[in-house]
Design a protein around this ligand. Structure first.
Ligand code: MG
Ligand code: ZN
Length: 362
């Protein structure tokens, strides 16, 4: 009799154990499946057309991480009202999938707001990050979290970032958060954020949301000593995003290739792109180690109408001429690798970048 009860008890005990164990396994499986969802890394070199890229490759000893990509496409960059886009309209096209007026951020030509891929991902439980070499409220990153008719509304854009679901950012422009016409101090108001002042603090922070302003105004150029280097910063933000169980969306911008183009400064352009190329190397390594990732590397438009018109073949030293101080309508290349990358071959509108990336958002 005693043995009987003991057996009953033991059976229930082991059943119970089995039950809780299977729940745990099921949960682990769910977590893993979630982890298997595709991470998306979108890298934009602002103003980098084929001549900027070609020049940077030669200046970098005739080598580039871009040569590791097998899928290459071309995107048409025109906006809703101009053959020559600006970074707001082209950023919005890639972030939200709609053509819009030059200058507009996250809204279409009729000023209707659109959700960006970053926001859609956040709603589905993804984490998100942004690392840029301009201010974090500049047109390109702003297209991924803000909805404003004009890119010049920096203080409103900063306010919208403070209310956004973004988890990590590295970029410049602290003043738009703390020296404001409405006298708000957004950094103080962003209670669930930790703000750090160097990369070591960023790396060691355990906060859920971390912001790192690399400058008060716009960051300096690489030649003038901008820190952290984009590849080093990218490595840090990737580590943070990859330490979470959920998939992520990450925007990386080499913002100042464009500024070199506006200045018609060839050294400025190529040094900025060579730094961006090193960051591409970091992203490629991440894709190798985390195959559940889509990496897309592109530009928002070409700046400067650059042509490589002479040079030295023995030193691979290109010389070039600019044909404008502004942007041009020339198509820009799209390089992609990882899950869903084959979608990105061919010629298409910049709005397709959004839809092709969205195929991976579940
Ligand atoms: Mg930009
Ligand atoms: Zn520009």
């Amino acid at each position: 009799m005693r043995l009987f009860f003991f057996t009953i008890y033991f059976t229930f005990y082991s059943l119970n154990l089995c039950f809780s164990q299977s729940i745990k396994l099921e949960m682990q499986k769910l977590k893993k499946e979630n982890k298997k969802s595709t991470n998306i890394i979108l890298m934009i070199a602002d103003g980098a057309g084929l001549s900027q890229i070609t020049a940077a490759i030669y200046k970098n000893g005739n080598k580039s991480n871009l040569e590791n990509f097998e899928v290459v496409g071309l995107q048409k960059t025109h906006s809703a009202n101009s053959l020559i886009t600006d970074s707001a309209a082209s950023g919005t096209a890639m972030a939200c999938g709609t053509k819009t007026l030059n200058g507009a951020i996250g809204v279409d030509a009729k000023n209707r707001s659109y959700e960006s891929i970053l926001k859609i991902c956040e709603k589905k439980g993804y984490n998100s990050g942004m690392i840029v070499t301009s201010s974090i409220v500049h047109a390109t990153p702003a297209s991924f979290y803000a909805n404003v008719p004009s890119r010049a509304e920096y203080q409103e854009i900063a306010y919208q970032l403070s209310k956004s679901e973004v988890d990590f950012f590295i970029g410049g422009g602290e003043k738009h958060f703390i020296k404001r016409n409405d006298n708000k101090n957004l950094v103080n108001e962003m209670k669930d954020w930790e703000f750090v002042s160097n990369l070591d603090q960023f790396n060691s922070s355990t906060s859920q949301k971390v912001g790192y302003f690399i400058s008060y105004e716009e960051p300096p150029s690489l030649i003038e000593g901008r820190k952290p280097l984009l590849d080093i910063g990218l490595n840090s933000i990737l580590k943070k995003l990859n330490s979470r169980d959920e998939p992520f969306f990450l925007l990386v911008e080499g913002s100042q290739v464009d500024w070199g183009g506006h200045d018609n400064d060839f050294e400025f352009v190529t040094s900025e792109y060579i730094e961006f190329d090193r960051a591409i190397g970091v992203a490629l390594k991440f894709v190798d180690e985390n195959p559940n990732t889509l990496l897309v590397v592109t530009a928002d438009h070409e700046t400067g109408g650059l042509g490589i018109t002479s040079g030295n073949i023995r030193k691979f030293n290109p010389r070039a001429r600019f044909s404008t101080k502004g942007h041009t309508a020339t198509m820009v290349p799209v390089f992609s690798k990882g899950v869903g990358s084959s979608e990105f071959s061919g010629i298409y509108d910049n709005t397709e970048i959004f839809y092709k990336m969205m195929l991976q958002v579940k």
